[in-house]
Design a protein around this ligand. Structure first.
Ligand code: AP5
Length: 215
């Protein structure tokens, strides 16, 4: 199999980051995540673009989308360096989807479906490692020692956009902007909808099967 081009779609908290890490490892592809790239550049000065916030972080902490000009640039650079990839968190609106379609083909477009109430529980309970980026959950995926990263020993923190109020806004933005992206890809040969409500291992079995049967 040549290195697959995978797009993972799903609401905030659907498990895109969790499954993307496994995809990158199993299939030997790059994990391209706009969320992580933007978090690493939260304070970048984008005031010359003339939007309501002067940094990516201003949009992120409000649960809004960062302007396409900033995000598309990140993706173009990452795609140029990748043979195979799993895209996580992009595209999030139709303009980004059209931008992507002009630049690459996709072998698998997988939608992780999870009900809203579970999404809120997952995100408000998520804890992340600020040093190595590992993800945990206070109930579903606890570290060996409470509050401490298994991988590197750093103290775990809650992401600033994982408060209930911001999570609800992120879900609203997803419905308005990203559901049209799902409809854009639904019906293509690459598309598959996957039940994201099982355990991470159960979801992974379905994700790996869907990629293997398409790539
Ligand atoms: P981003 O970082 O992309 O966040 P998101 O899409 O909102 O997704 P999350 O990372 O919150 O969730 P996930 O689906 O990866 O779930 P995870 O695996 O962590 O974006 C953040 C912000 O950046 C955006 O709001 C926006 O401002 C900006 N941005 C990013 N991309 C952009 C773009 N393209 N355009 C414009 N702006 C952009 O899982 C969540 C939790 O659930 C974890 O605790 C995990 O342990 C647990 N969990 C996972 N799977 C399971 C399971 N099967 N069962 C039980 N628990 C599970």
């Amino acid at each position: 199999m040549t290195e697959p081009h995978v797009l993972l779609l799903g609401a905030p908290g659907a498990g895109k980051g969790t499954q993307s890490k496994r995809i990158a490892e199993r299939f030997g592809v790059d994990h391209i995540t706009t969320g992580d790239a933007l978090r690493a550049n939260k304070g970048m000065d984008i005031s010359e673009l003339g939007f309501e916030h002067d940094t990516p972080g201003g949009f992120m902490d409000a649960g809004e989308l960062v302007p396409d000009e900033v995000v598309n640039e990140i993706v173009v650079t990452a795609l140029a360096d990748a043979d195979g990839f799993v895209l996580d968190g992009y595209p999030r609106n139709i303009e980004q989807a059209e931008f992507l379609d002009e630049r690459t083909d996709l072998d698998a477009v997988l939608l992780l479906s999870v009900p809203d109430d579970e999404l809120v529980d997952r995100l408000t309970g998520r804890r992340v490692c600020p040093d190595c980026g590992a993800n945990y959950h206070v109930e579903f995926d606890t570290p060996e020692e409470a509050g401490v990263c298994d991988e590197c020993g750093a103290a775990l923190v809650q992401r600033e956009d994982d408060t209930e109020e911001t999570v609800r806004e992120r879900l609203r933005v997803f419905r308005e902007n990203t559901e049209p992206v799902i409809e854009h890809y639904r019906g293509t040969d690459a598309f598959a909808e996957i039940d994201g409500e099982g355990t991470p291992d159960e979801v992974w079995d379905a994700v790996a099967d869907a990629i293997e049967s398409r790539a």
